[in-house]
Design a protein around this ligand. Structure first.
Ligand code: HEC
Ligand code: HEC
Ligand code: HEC
Ligand code: HEC
Length: 370
């Protein structure tokens, strides 16, 4: 079985990387067509990854959620090259929560019910509201929801993701082969690279489904962002798409990419609703909300599939059908979620936005972006 899962109370996931990058992006001209051919040959001959000479086997890789504090570098390490992105992030609730959460009466109420004395040092909140870093004196909260919360703790990938082939090689001189290897290397080293949009969708849903039974049932925390949808929630105030215009503008994603995000988000919703349901032990708000969320996500996906007829989506729906949404069914639900994850990564890597035009009527319009 591809993805694994961690033992323990929180439904954090460790995803094995396989089939994450079967196809290239549409950035630039010729070199990408060349690259697309290389990949197509790989698929035709059935050896996929093996067609490129990479020194790491992607199947050995794991990406952990939540962050591993010993690998966190902090947003200052990104700022020298991504100042525009950092500025946008500083205007978002993800950044704000670091400064404001502990002052909110609602947060205090939750903390009282759970017997928490320090928000920033208590594990019941740090999983989602803070980014922790391992420092000589112990774990320190260094930010709210940060770059690395969504893109993966960066210590092992930061130096690789922008290396076009050694000192002096510029972006437009990079070979297609090198670009592919660079992406593989960054992802293998733990980067949730938006190249495969499912990798970042997983980050969102890991927090926004709020997979913590005690926090919800005892603390009274909201049982997830029930109307979370990837396009609407990523293209508004949190959007920071500067790289694609070389830093000139903050562009929304193209319609084709948004279609891919729209369906990928539905798959990730199902994956993480199953993970949340897996943690349910009593029939109270948490378990009921998580299970109905999973059922709703599957229903939406089935409706989309009627219009799309994508084989990968059949596999996702079959994984869902194979389990019962019941309490104390952890292992089966997590196994189904793992299968959904595998298919979600494959969907985002192999399906083209051009083939998802049937979704346009359902996608949120710009005035619905958060
Ligand atoms: C030394 C400069 C530099 C630093 C430091 C840096 N980046 Fe980048 N980053 C780049 C460049 C250049 C690109 C564009 C790569 C390309 O052309 O594909 C990029 C691209 C990205 C992408 C888009 C995906 C990709 O691979 O193209 C993400 C996401 C990203 N960086 C996140 C981060 C985060 C998070 C940090 C801090 C932890 C960071 N970067 C630090 C230079 C840097
Ligand atoms: C599993 C992830 C997760 C954990 C753990 C978590 N939260 Fe949250 N919390 C969220 C998300 C996601 C939201 C945003 C919900 C939305 O707006 O849709 C949120 C929102 C909130 C809000 C509402 C903020 C507002 O401005 O309306 C409060 C208050 C809050 N959390 C307090 C806490 C406290 C206190 C703890 C620790 C005891 C905690 N949370 C732990 C994910 C989490
Ligand atoms: C590490 C946990 C975490 C991750 C990862 C995460 N979020 Fe959030 N998000 C939160 C929390 C917590 C809040 C609420 C903060 C507060 O109000 O104190 C929030 C709030 C938001 C809001 C503001 C909602 C509003 O009502 O204004 C948007 C939009 C949002 N998130 C989108 C996203 C998207 C899109 C992703 C993935 C690309 C994502 N989030 C990933 C934890 C997370
Ligand atoms: C809430 C989750 C979240 C946070 C926090 C976040 N990112 Fe992103 N990032 C994303 C998503 C989702 C995308 C893809 C968006 C799209 O394609 O529309 C993305 C895309 C990018 C890209 C590529 C943009 C492009 O033009 O293609 C870069 C670079 C990047 N992020 C860097 C950063 C840096 C640096 C930070 C911290 C300042 C950061 N991100 C914080 C979720 C996040």
């Amino acid at each position: 079985m591809g993805p694994g899962n961690q033992k323990g109370k929180d439904s954090s996931s460790t995803i094995m990387i396989n089939n994450v990058l079967e196809r290239t992006v549409h950035r630039g001209g010729k070199r990408h067509r060349l690259f697309a051919i290389i990949v197509a040959v790989g698929i035709l001959t059935g050896i996929g990854w093996a067609t490129t000479t990479t020194s790491v086997d992607p199947r050995d890789t794991k990406i952990d959620l939540p962050l591993r504090p010993e690998l966190v570098v902090g947003s200052q390490a990104c700022a020298k090259c991504h100042a525009a992105e950092v500025n946008v992030w500083k205007q978002t609730p993800h950044h704000e929560t670091f400064l404001t959460l502990h002052r909110k009466p609602q947060a205090q109420q939750i903390a009282d019910k759970l017997g928490i004395s320090s928000f920033k040092h208590d594990s019941a909140c740090i999983k989602c509201h803070y980014s922790m870093q391992e420092q000589p004196g112990g774990l320190e909260p260094i930010a709210g929801v940060s770059c690395e919360s969504c893109h993966g703790a960066a210590k092992s990938w930061i130096d690789h993701h922008h290396d076009y082939g050694g000192p002096g090689v510029k972006r437009d001189q990079e070979s297609a082969e090198h670009r592919y290897q660079r992406l593989v290397t960054s992802i293998t080293a733990g980067m949730r690279n938006p190249e495969n949009v499912y990798l970042v969708a997983q980050s969102c849903y890991r927090c926004h489904t709020v997979p913590d039974e005690k926090l919800v049932n005892v603390g009274g925390h909201v049982a997830g962002s029930l109307n979370f949808e990837l396009v609407a929630w990523s293209q508004g105030k949190v959007r920071h798409n500067f790289v694609r215009t070389d830093g000139k503008q903050n562009e929304p994603s193209s319609t084709e990419r948004m279609r891919l995000m729209f369906v990928s988000g539905m798959i990730a919703d199902l994956e993480f609703s199953l993970r949340a349901t897996a943690e349910a032990t009593v029939k109270e708000t948490y378990g009921v909300t998580s299970a109905s969320r999973a059922a709703r996500a599957a229903k939406r996906l089935a409706a989309a599939q009627e219009k799309l007829s994508q084989p990968v989506l059949d596999e996702v729906l079959n994984a869902f059908k194979s389990v019962q949404l019941k309490l104390n069914n952890r292992d089966q639900l997590l196994a189904a979620a793992d299968k959904v994850a595998e298919m979600g990564l494959r969907f985002a890597a192999t399906v083209r936005g051009a083939d998802l035009a049937a979704m346009d009527a359902f996608m949120p319009k710009p005035d619905q972006w958060k």
